[in-house]
Write a protein that binds this ligand. Structure first.
Ligand code: ATP
Ligand code: MG
Length: 767
């Protein structure tokens, strides 16, 4: 994270301004303050990433503070899970782990001071009376009859409250502010209430407990928090936050509260109460059920911390609440897994395929790469191939539709990584169903990957494959707003978990350890369940389908949505007819139509760019792979349309030696300033013809010489900022930190830079 480029949003603007104004000696200290009463969910992840991210970005620190001001009984499980989740997300609070209950004595002292200064009083009315006197937005409140108790009387009563002389609810401590204050929360708010309850950490030491609005600012101030970031609901509480600090201080640094929009996702419930209900009623298998929006659930499903951080980046930090489209989350997960999950084969719903002209007992071990299309990543596995295979039932049709690209009688398809086969006949079972398809191998096609076929399907060997439990997880709710009908349980998706029993996997997959990612070709991203998998017996969780299966089949775009053609674009006539042709393609393909929408709405492409990229599936997938490989979408679209298309000419994007993902890496390098645009053009022209690893090719072609001192200088500036502490320690004599700084700078400039030049620039700057 530290090496990431700087993000900016309204909070970083505030912090920049604070630093510029010299507030808090330029220090930035943030905190994440969960209440240990449940498991963390994706909304908390957003807050964690934000708070720890700001701490890192500004060379400050972030505290983990358990907000345990409410006496609770069972918190250990939650405390432990929260710590594990924050760590898993990639963050470290160092020695700054705190419990709000540690500050009870300090809070009490501050309250005593407020009483002594006439700023707080003990009110002996009931909770209802107090509530009734509060008034509302257009009606001022009424003073309590106990408001004018003397300081001496208040002090005595408050001491006795602490000693336990009064029953729960018999009195409270209130701030004496103003009962006609325009902000209702400022109308003599409660500071302490009596609760004779056992506290998990402080035991029976206390029978008065501070209210959140009073406790929170003091917790922040005691810890030296500079920026106290919370969700928008607390905006009106800010006035009280400030009042408490102004009347209990002076504090240095004096914390300030800033609010941002909480995360809400469609197709999801996030309230702790509802999540607990799902667990208690056994609607899910537990807090870590892979369908839960909890961090524990997502982790078990195969979502990675990087995907969550990417998602946080995509949605950004805003100051107005909105409901985020869950497909953005899914997009981030797919993007992350695309570059992380090696490819292999599994058949979920097997149909026997017999090769009639292959020797019955001959098994050939095929050496297939884990990363087809990306040979530079290396690695392969042995896949047994023979006369008896299994294919997906869905990949055969007795009555194939017109555009059928899979198997049917008389049709030819390629088996992934193997030969082309032609289906000769089917064998029917007792009930008349297709029990077996009999095919012949097209001679020479095993050795000739160019031999054409109408499509490609995956397969496994019938007896050498291994059975494995596979679980197809999907969205937990089938309604966009599960709460709309009043009963969120009614919106549960009955198909959110499908347990597949008869699935067969290729032998290499049986050796996967728990917690590994793999893409089952054509089926989805899967993850070996970290809890239930055993050595040699993995259980597979589907993390995500390969494509959005929920996208509304978008209607063909209305003609008036099409933009006016800019004057400098291609000649009018062909342009128009091509665009019309693409419209027709999209009208017939929901996959392309939905991309046409999402490229504009989610990726911010222009209508014209989205149009060009969704004219054919191959091209769209190529673009998706580039974006998944972290290329900024706008730039990837521009490079693809303006440069790569010209280089590819009439060839198919599918068989290109330059994969979409690798293309995306090149675009990202340009965008990050690691590769000059003219150099990138040379590089792309070369990769399109010859394939290979871009970084190696950059060196071979001497393009790295184009990485000039300016790029290194800019990288050093970033690294010095992100690693200010290490720089200081290095200068103070810890020379072994040089390696860390070189590593960070190399990551910043990309592997394309000359390491010696980086080292020299770095040591020069360190002095
Ligand atoms: P509850 O109020 O139901 O107990 P909570 O979601 O507020 O639950 P906390 O443990 O108090 O839970 O939350 C810890 C921190 O996480 C808070 O600072 C809060 O602002 C933040 N947070 C909670 N939910 C979200 C969300 N949906 N989006 C962003 N931040 C959130
Ligand atoms: Mg809360």
């Amino acid at each position: 994270m530290t090496e990431k480029t700087r993000r900016s949003n309204f909070l970083t603007d505030i912090i920049d301004a604070d630093i510029a104004a010299g507030r808090n000696q330029g220090k930035v200290v943030t905190r994440f303050p969960p209440e240990p009463n449940g498991y963390l969910h994706i909304g908390h992840a957003k807050s964690i990433i934000l708070n720890f991210g700001l701490g890192q970005q500004f060379g400050g620190r972030t505290h983990l503070r358990f907000d345990d001001t409410n006496p609770t009984t069972e918190e250990t499980e939650y405390v432990e899970s929260i710590e594990a989740d924050v760590r898993w997300l990639g963050f470290d609070w160092g020695k700054h782990l705190y419990f709000a209950s540690q500050y009870f004595e300090k809070m009490y002292e501050c309250a005593e001071r407020l009483v002594k200064e006439g700023k707080a009083y003990v009110d002996s009315q009931t909770q209802e009376e107090i509530r009734d006197q509060r008034g509302n937005f257009d009606k001022p409140g009424t003073n309590s009859p106990f408001r004018n108790r003397s300081v001496a009387e208040n002090l005595d009563l408050f001491h006795r409250m602490r000693k336990g002389e009064f029953a729960d609810g018999s009195c409270v401590l209130r701030a004496k502010i103003d009962m006609s204050h325009p902000n209702v929360l400022m109308r003599d708010p409660l500071l302490y209430r009596i609760r004779h309850a056992h506290h998990h950490r402080t035991g029976d030491k206390w029978c008065i407990y501070p209210m959140y609005d009073y406790a929170h600012p003091i917790e922040d101030a005691v810890e030296g928090i500079t920026h106290s970031i919370c969700t928008l609901e607390f905006e009106t509480n800010r006035e009280l936050y400030d009042w408490v600090l102004d009347n209990t201080g002076p504090w240095s640094p004096r914390p300030h509260q800033h609010e941002f929009a909480r995360l809400a996702l469609d197709y999801t419930v996030m309230s702790k109460r509802k999540l607990l209900q799902l667990v208690n009623e056994k609607r899910v298998s537990g807090w870590d059920d892979p369908r839960m929006p909890t961090i524990a659930g997502m982790r078990r499903r195969g979502v990675t911390p990087e995907a969550l951080r990417d998602f946080a980046e995509i949605i950004g930090v805003a100051k107005n609440n909105s409901i985020v489209d869950i497909s953005k989350f899914e997009l981030a997960v797919r993007g992350d897994l695309e570059g992380r999950a090696p490819r292999a084969m599994a058949v979920l719903n097997p149909l026997k395929l017999t090769l009639t002209n292959w020797p019955k007992d001959k098994v050939e071990m095929l050496d297939l790469p884990w990363w087809p299309g990306e040979p530079e990543r290396g690695g392969s596995r042995q896949v047994p191939f023979g006369a008896e295979l299994l294919i997906e039932k869905d990949d055969f049709s007795l009555e194939p539709p017109k555009d059928w690209k899979r198997l049917a009688v008389g049709r030819e398809v390629r088996l992934v990584g193997a030969c082309v086969v032609r289906c000769e006949e089917v064998v029917r079972g007792a009930g008349g169903e297709v029990a077996e398809v009999r095919c012949s191998v097209i001679e020479g096609s095993l050795a000739d990957p160019k031999r054409k076929a109408s499509g490609t399907i995956h397969w496994v060997h019938a007896t050498r494959s291994v059975p494995a439990p596979v679980r197809l997880y999907d969205r937990l709710f089938s309604a966009a707003n599960p709460d709309a009908g009043g009963d969120f349980l009614a919106a549960l998706n009955p198909d959110s978990l499908i347990k597949v029993d008869g699935a067969r996997i290729e032998p290499a997959l049986a050796q996967l350890e728990p917690g590994k990612h793999v893409q089952f070709l054509r089926l989805g991203y899967f993850f070996t369940d970290p809890v239930e998998s055993k050595k040699g017996a993995p259980v597979f969780n589907r993390t995500m389908t390969l494509r959005d299966t929920w996208a509304k089949p978008a209607a063909a775009p209305a003609p008036e949505r099409k933009p006016e053609k800019p004057a400098e674009a291609r000649p009018a006539a062909p342009r128009k007819s091509r665009s019309e042709a693409r419209d027709a393609v999209r009208a017939a393909s929901p996959e392309l139509a939905s991309r046409y929408q999402s490229y504009q709405q989610q990726l911010g492409l222009s209508t014209e760019e989205a149009d060009v990229l969704t004219g054919e599936l191959e091209l769209a997938r190529y673009f998706d792979a580039a974006v998944a490989a972290k290329a900024p979408a706008k730039a990837a679209a521009r490079w693809l349309i303006n440069d790569l298309s010209g280089l590819v000419k009439d060839r198919s994007f599918d068989g290109l030696p330059l994969s979409g993902a690798t293309f995306g890496r090149v675009v990202a390098m340009v965008e990050e300033g690691k590769l000059a645009a003219p150099a990138a053009k040379v590089l792309l022209a070369n990769l399109v013809e010859k394939g290979g690893d871009p970084e190696q090719r950059i060196r071979e072609l001497g393009l790295d010489k184009k990485i000039d001192a300016g790029v290194i200088g800019a990288a050093l500036d970033k690294v010095f900022k992100a690693h200010a502490a290490e720089v200081e320690r290095y200068r103070a004599g810890e020379k072994k930190l040089l390696g860390v700084l070189i590593g960070a700078t190399m990551r910043e400039v990309g592997g394309a830079a000359d390491a010696n030049a980086v080292r020299k620039a770095l040591t020069d700057k360190l002095g």
